[in-house]
Design a binder for this molecule. Structure first.
Ligand code: HEM
Length: 125
């Protein structure tokens, strides 16, 4: 069984996904609430998301190697993330996967696990 990391094309593919997520977030009017929570320049968070997804998708655990064990939900605790904000983020991820021409196989494979991850960040109704 190939890992999502391999199916996305390794480092280049996962990095493209992380960068595209924040591109989409900056262009989608319906994601303006969560976009305004992020720094003006998303280069730093895109790099951290790439590092996190690399390990989470079965590639090198770059985020852990650099930051150690970090509870991502506590990193998000300072932001009000309810169902609407969660779904805004998921909408951006769905669009980003399509924009980088991810295969239907990887999109299906990621659907439920990414939803669970986003739900973990939710800290409000
Ligand atoms: C559910 C909706 C989510 C919202 C509204 C959200 C929002 C944010 C915001 C505002 C930041 C800080 C960015 C900055 O400092 O400019 C952040 C950081 C981050 N987010 Fe999210 N996020 C969400 C879900 C996720 C998910 C599902 C993941 C993992 C796949 C994720 C991974 C990260 C990472 C790795 C960071 C950087 C943390 C650090 O500083 O080390 N986020 N997020």
């Amino acid at each position: 069984m190939s890992t999502p990391y391999e199916l996305l094309g390794g480092e280049a593919g996962v990095r493209a996904l992380a960068n595209e997520l924040y591109q989409v977030m900056s262009q989608r009017p319906e994601a303006s609430t969560i976009r305004s929570m992020h720094a003006k320049d998303t280069a730093d968070v895109a790099e951290k998301l790439f590092m996190f997804l690399s390990g989470w998708m079965g590639g090198p655990d770059l985020y852990f190697q650099k930051y150690g064990t970090v509870c991502l939900s506590s990193q998000h605790a300072k932001f009000a993330i309810g169902r609407d904000e969660r779904d805004q983020w998921l909408g951006c991820m769905d669009q980003a996967l399509v924009n980088i021409n991810a295969s239907d196989e990887i999109i299906d494979m990621l659907k439920e696990p990414v939803f669970r991850l986003a739900e973990m960040m939710r800290n409000a109704e």
